[in-house]
Design a protein around this ligand. Structure first.
Ligand code: ADP
Length: 550
């Protein structure tokens, strides 16, 4: 017998319409390229999204066609987030930090019909658009006065965003769509081969937005102001533009200025209470705030993910009375897969024990299942010790890749293989020890680069630390530190050794370190270990400094 309940499909534009109806004046504040601020309410955003959807429906597109965006976190990108899927099309966010060759590959693989770009990326667009064979037009996200000048010949027709909007009224009914209809697309960063397209649906996105908002997870409340620093071109800015609107929270879109001063300015000026972004962003912010003798208040919660959250960041944010919420996920998981959230009884643990839990990536939220598997594919115990390949499944986890028949990342029984190596303890706390391609296997035993990095980053002279596997004639691989020092600081090998030695087994301690001026970061802010290994992975590197005197 079926229940007698209405069967309403979960649709993305309904989120915005809800915010427009119940929080019409609540602001979306967006920083323009010239640093001025644009403000309007949810009702204005919904009206313009309807106008844009109407314009899109006149552009000769078919349901399911892909529309690419190349844009910072700003109000027009926000409108595209709703108008494109709402019109039955797929919003394909493209990462402008990728190399032009990768962009061309992605635009062709996705077969994008139109490209909506910020003016800041005009040169990049001019370079790649002639090679993107399926493009019928380029729309610059600006008004007539700001359209880029001197574009080369040979581009598809160039249109102006505000002209498209001005030509329409907002009398538009969002089409009724099956909730499983494709809504958004994001390519993996391609650190493990060619980038692959992940295709989200209306259903997966709405469910994920609801899950993200649970108390204890991101827990965004209507009376809060949220700052997604994580770019809208990367995994839907962790769904914050949807999750905030779902509860009518105030949204601050920081545009291109993501450095310490740029962020602190909007945090103070717009009274941000919660932020979301990768550890490097927050480390830069607290460094700047501390140097300037300022506080990050009123921001009191910071979602940290995309890479392991170092202990020093949790402590330094706590000194500002801000809680670090450590989360794990990936493009294929929408991204929320796990959050380090303490249970009632864990609240009363000694501080050092609580810190150990906060450093882990945490528990799966309802909806996601996790397991770890050994090399033979058999499930491993949840004892906090056994390390295996992390596998997940759930309604917002990818079930395949766009235009790609490769099933190597999926198990026979339908789980997604994340490529991360982790443990899970008896309380369900998952802890990533490495990505499988970064793993250091020394004498047949695994050493966790994340744990070693975390320790080194606690040293007052260290700004950033990465650990890579270097070749070793005896152990096949040994860990090596690549260190960036804080301005004006020094560090000797024995000093670093003494600092980490009390915390790890002796055989884990790297024999050497290399000091560099900066670490290479990829398009999504992660340290490019592949590059580091290529550059510094030789056994006897001339720049290696020994950690012990002998
Ligand atoms: P890509 O996989 O293409 O680099 P993603 O942004 O999807 O791009 O990256 C997901 C990966 O980032 C995860 O598989 C994991 O290795 C890493 N990651 C994300 N969050 C965390 C975290 N909290 N701790 C450790 N690693 C993390």
């Amino acid at each position: 017998m079926l229940g007698l309940m209405m069967d309403a499909p979960l649709r993305i534009p309904d989120i915005l319409e809800h915010a427009a109806k119940y929080y019409p004046k609540t602001e979306i504040v967006s920083r323009n390229e010239d640093s001025t601020l644009h403000r309007y309410g949810y009702a204005d955003a919904a009206r313009r999204a309807r106008q844009l959807a109407k314009a899109l429906s006149r552009m000769g597109l078919e349901r399911g066609d892909r529309i690419a965006t190349l844009a910072w976190n700003n109000h027009r990108h926000f409108e595209l987030y709703y108008a494109v899927p709402g019109a039955g099309l797929v919003c394909h966010t493209v990462n402008p930090r990728l190399f032009p060759e990768q962009l061309v590959f992605i635009l062709n693989d996705a077969q994008d019909r139109y490209l909506f770009s910020d003016v800041a990326f005009a040169r990049l667009v001019a370079g790649v658009a002639p090679y993107a064979k399926s493009l019928r037009g380029i729309v610059f996200n600006c008004d007539r006065d700001h359209m880029p000048k001197d574009l080369p010949d040979g581009l598809p027709p160039v249109l102006c965003y505000e002209d498209l909007i001005d030509a329409e009224d907002d009398d538009f009914e969002w089409p009724v769509l099956d909730e499983r209809t494709a809504s958004g697309m994001c390519y993996t960063s391609g650190t493990t081969g060619n980038p692959k397209g992940v295709l989200y649906s209306h259903r997966s996105t709405v469910l994920h937005a609801m899950a993200v908002n649970q108390p204890g997870l991101f827990g965004i409340a209507p009376d809060e102001t949220v700052l997604p620093v994580v770019p809208m071109f990367h995994v839907n800015a962790w769904c914050v533009p949807y999750a905030a609107a779902l509860v009518g929270a105030r949204l601050v879109l920081p545009g291109p200025r993501l450095d310490g001063p740029g962020l602190l300015e909007v945090i103070h000026g717009e009274k941000v209470t919660i932020g979301a972004g990768v550890p490097t962003i927050w480390l830069n912010l607290v460094n700047y705030a501390d140097q300037a003798g300022q506080s990050v208040a009123p921001m009191n919660r910071v979602v940290v993910g995309g890479a392991a959250c170092p202990q020093t960041l949790i402590e330094r944010l706590a000194a500002h009375k801000a809680l670090a919420v450590h989360a794990w996920g990936m493009t294929e998981t929408s991204p929320l897969g796990a959050v380090s959230v303490l249970s009632a009884e864990q609240q009363y643990l000694p501080e050092a024990e609580k810190m150990k839990l906060m450093l882990k990536q945490g528990r799966a939220p309802f909806g996601i299942e996790m397991r770890i598997a050994g090399p033979d594919g058999k499930e491993l115990p949840w004892d906090g010790v056994a390390r295996g390949d992390l596998e997940v499944r759930g309604p917002w986890i990818a079930s395949g890749y766009f235009n790609n028949t490769d099933r190597s990342q999926f198990t026979g029984d339908g789980w997604f293989k994340t490529g991360d190596i982790s443990t899970i303890d008896a309380d369900g706390f998952m802890n990533i020890v490495d990505r499988s391609k970064d793993v250091i296997k020394s004498g047949g035993e695994w050493i966790s680069s994340i744990e070693l990095e975390n320790l080194a980053m606690g040293h007052p002279s260290v700004l950033e630390a990465a650990v890579i596997a270097r070749a070793d004639s005896r152990w096949s691989e040994r860990p090596r530190y690549i260190i960036v020092l804080r301005e004006g600081k020094m560090l000797t090998g024995p000093e670093l050794r003494a600092f980490i030695a009390p915390h790890v087994a002796t055989w884990w301690i790297p024999e050497d370190m290399i000091i560099v001026t900066e670490l290479p970061h990829g398009a999504t802010g992660k340290v490019l270990k592949v590059d580091l290994r290529a550059r510094y992975g030789a056994e006897n590197h001339p720049d290696a400094i020994r950690l012990s005197d002998q």
